[in-house]
Design a protein around this ligand. Structure first.
Ligand SMILES: *Cc1c(COP(=O)(O)O)cnc(C)c1O
Length: 371
């Protein structure tokens, strides 16, 4: 027999936990349950590398053993590939866990954590989870405003989160801007540069974050296998920072995170540089074509925020609202991300899909806005 239990009778959660707005993931089905093109979570439309898939399968028999807590194999593979010190790499259950560990190790009640308006939606959760105070720096036409962040710094600031390129806007802060941000921060502030989309950049667009993490005591760079590597389901992410920062984070790390299969898949994915390059070039071509198509719809009030990631934030500032377009796209078989919960009720974040998906989506969008 079930009994209604009043929330008032249950143990009281901390105030700062109840101040968290739960994370809203991208939909994978339409509201009426149809499976359609999912362009709502910035996943890789080409799946993952075949060698990574094979490596995952080959390790799938070993279910009774704990995975290697220290993730030695993966850290060594990453260190060799990027020219890093394996001792200064930390792995986590997705880069989300690494982002949470940064707040957990360096901030608590009374401390402040700064991020940009329209920053990644995990930052407010990670901040409030540890009881720290979120400080939201104003944006500059949807992009990260370095000066606005620096103006928010106080002696209580413990951490700055910046996603570069940023999600959900796709905007990018240059190497010079990142250097200026770092130079303007006091030494007691940890600068977390979330590079979830770094592999989509042209090599000359490198924001210099990894170089800063290599040389500065107060910079953490995070990376993920969920985006260009196509391993979102495996939940593998990692970070690079000074030995002192990594040591603090390691103390609160879950002893065991991703599975052996996930680790093997990640190691294989790092080695398959041809797959990554193919995905990067497809994205570059279709992002540019998509932004061109949106520019052609400017007379309908559409505008794409300039992106360097694998998605585009399209603003609807004319007759057709983002909500209307979102629902109509779903009817046409395309699920994109409408973001009213992130102060973007006028925006749709659209992941770059396959050629077929992009052509179909563009045709649908033109029809919806009456072009
Ligand atoms: C997708 C994404 C992540 C990665 O999350 P995982 O936990 O590694 O899957 C981190 N930061 C940003 C900005 C993202 O968009």
């Amino acid at each position: 027999m079930t009994q209604d239990i009043l929330a008032a009778d249950a143990p009281a959660p901390k105030d700062w936990i109840m101040a968290i707005a739960p994370y809203i993931p991208g939909k994978s089905k339409t509201d009426d349950g149809r499976h359609v093109s999912k362009l709502s979570s910035n996943e890789n439309p080409f799946g993952t590398s075949e060698t990574a898939r094979e490596a995952f399968r080959a390790a799938a028999d070993v279910l009774e053993r704990y995975p290697d807590s220290a993730a030695v194999e993966l850290r060594e593979a990453l260190a060799a590939h990027h020219g890093l010190d394996p001792e200064r790499i930390i792995c986590g259950t997705g880069s989300d866990e690494v982002l949470h560990m940064a707040a957990g190790a360096f901030a608590g009640p009374g401390d402040e954590i700064i991020y940009s308006r329209f920053g990644f939606s995990v930052y407010p959760i990670a901040t409030r989870r540890v009881g720290a105070t979120p400080v939201v720096a104003p944006d500059k036409d949807y992009a990260t405003d370095i000066d606005a962040i620096l103006a928010c710094v106080t002696e209580r600031t413990r951490l700055v989160y910046i996603a570069n390129p940023n999600n959900p806007t796709g905007t990018f802060a240059s190497r010079a801007e990142i250097a200026r941000l770092h130079a303007g921060l006091p030494r007691h502030v940890l600068l977390v540069i979330d590079q979830a989309y770094a592999e989509y950049l042209d090599p000359q667009d490198d924001d210099g974050g990894m170089e800063l993490a290599r040389t500065a005591p107060n910079v953490l760079v995070t990376r993920t296998f969920s985006k260009i590597f196509g391993l979102a389901s495996a939940r593998v992410g990692w970070g690079y920072a000074s030995a002192a920062v990594i040591d603090a984070m390691n103390r609160i790390r879950q002893p065991f995170s991703f599975s052996i299969s996930a680790s093997r898949a990640a190691v294989a994915a790092v080695a398959d540089t041809a797959f990554v390059e193919r995905c990067r070039l497809h994205n570059k071509e279709w992002l540019a074509r998509f932004e061109g198509e949106i520019a052609a719809l400017s007379n309908k009030g559409l505008r794409a925020v300039p992106s360097k990631a694998n998605f585009s934030l399209v603003l609807f500032e004319g007759e057709t609202s983002a909500e209307t377009a979102y629902k109509a796209l779903m009817d046409h078989g395309y699920i994109v991300r409408w973001l009213p919960g992130q102060e973007l009720p006028h925006g749709l974040r659209i992941t770059i899909g396959t050629q077929e998906e992009m052509q179909g989506l563009i045709a649908a969008l033109r029809e919806i806005v009456g072009a």
